[in-house]
Write a protein that binds this ligand. Structure first.
Ligand code: IPM
Ligand code: MN
Length: 361
């Protein structure tokens, strides 16, 4: 009997629903040719629901997510909702509640995508950032003293636990080994200033490294990492870093791979339920116009299949994405692709079907 996967879908806000529609179109097409089934259950979460009901993430939704094989997320963010409410109330709450302790963000420049860095091509830009996703500055630890007075104090603490750091590093070493590219893992931190947090990271890194003789280890301060990502991106294979630094360097990563139109990420709990999303926001300006680029969401769908161990299907999506990028899109920017959002989805499906036909010849 064909395997069935239950996928929770959070279309979310802005252009989220449009790009998720294309991703699901592709997942349906590829599951048919690869002989497995996907059932999609849509969840109404996001800014609209919050404005309507005052609710961000009901407990019942989290409980339902726990029973799913994966979560596919469009975008969260609404211009009429104060910053922080939806981010903390939905996105971060989900990462924490489902203990998705890895944020996996590939940085890969595909052929045909206009190279944003002078003299750097697809052979130079192909690395992965592994960002710790449940600790650091993101835990909400801290507070105000004497708020609103001239003596006000605001403290925001970075929480780094041995367990949290070690499991992230172990994932990174394993990932680097399986990726089997240069077998080089770079720890990115700030050991010269954050002498407690990154002391723990560095010590644990050295300890875990001793179990991986085939992996070359490297260290770079996070500011220098930004510099090398622009100057010599070919030096990187896998980078591992904490939550805040990972957030920052992956936006830079998204830009050097061609922009938010192609950048995707996975919030992964290797022992639980993982969530996949395009990194770009909800793009309210382009909502409902059928002009947003769905490729990032389709890349997220590809990552979702990789996590489900449907490797052949994932490869087929990547091949199709590469065809579209190489032959069909005038630009990656919303409104300038030379195709509508749904046409880009159709093209990806078409390449998947052609690829399958050819293989069976
Ligand atoms: C991201 C986003 C989130 C983060 C925000 C929306 C909370 O920037 O996924 O990178 O900081 O993690
Ligand atoms: Mn970010």
């Amino acid at each position: 009997m064909a395997k069935t996967y239950n996928i929770a879908v959070i279309p979310g806000d802005g252009t989220g629903p449009e790009v998720v529609t294309e991703g699901i179109k592709i997942l349906k097409a590829v599951s048919e040719v690869e002989n497995f089934k996907m059932e999609f259950v849509s969840f109404d979460l996001g800014g609209e629901r919050y404005l309507r009901t005052g609710e961000t993430l009901p407990f019942s939704a989290i409980e339902e997510f726990r029973t799913m094989d994966a979560i596919y997320l469009g975008a969260i963010g609404h211009p009429e909702v104060k910053p922080g409410i939806l981010e903390k109330g939905i996105l971060l709450s989900l990462r924490f509640a489902l203990d998705q302790y890895i944020n996996l963000r590939p940085v890969k420049l595909y052929p045909g995508v206009e190279a944003p860095l002078k003299d750097k091509g697809p052979e130079d830009i192909d690395f992965v950032v592994i960002r710790e996703n449940t600790e650091g500055l993101y835990t909400g630890s801290g507070g105000f003293l004497k708020k609103g007075t001239p003596d006000e104090v605001a403290v925001q603490e970075s929480i780094n636990t041995r367990k949290g750091v070690e499991r992230c590093l172990r994932f990174a070493f394993d990932f680097c080994q399986k990726r089997n590219k240069n077998k080089k893992l770079t720890l990115s931190g700030k050991t010269n200033v954050l002498t407690y947090a990154f002391d723990l990271w560095e010590r644990t890194f050295q300890e875990v490294a001793s179990e991986y003789n085939d992996i070359t280890t490297d260290y770079a301060h996070v500011d220098a990492t930004c510099m090398w990502m622009v100057k010599n991106p070919e030096w990187f294979d896998v980078i591992v870093t904490d939550n805040m630094f990972g957030d920052i360097i992956t936006d830079l990563g998204a830009m050097i791979q061609g922009g938010m139109g192609v950048a995707a990420g996975g919030n992964i709990n290797p022992e639980g339920v993982s969530m996949f999303e395009p990194i770009g926001g909800s793009a309210p300006k382009y909502t409902g116009k059928n002009v947003i680029n769905p490729i990032a969401a389709i890349c997220a769908a590809q990552m979702l299949l990789e996590e489900l161990k449907e490797k052949t299907a994932a490869k087929k999506i990547e091949k199709a994405i590469m065809q579209v990028l190489a032959h069909d899109l005038k630009s990656l920017s919303a409104g300038k692709m030379g195709h509508t959002t749904s046409e880009v989805g159709d093209l990806v499906v078409q390449y998947i079907l052609e690829d399958t036909k050819e293989a069976s010849r």
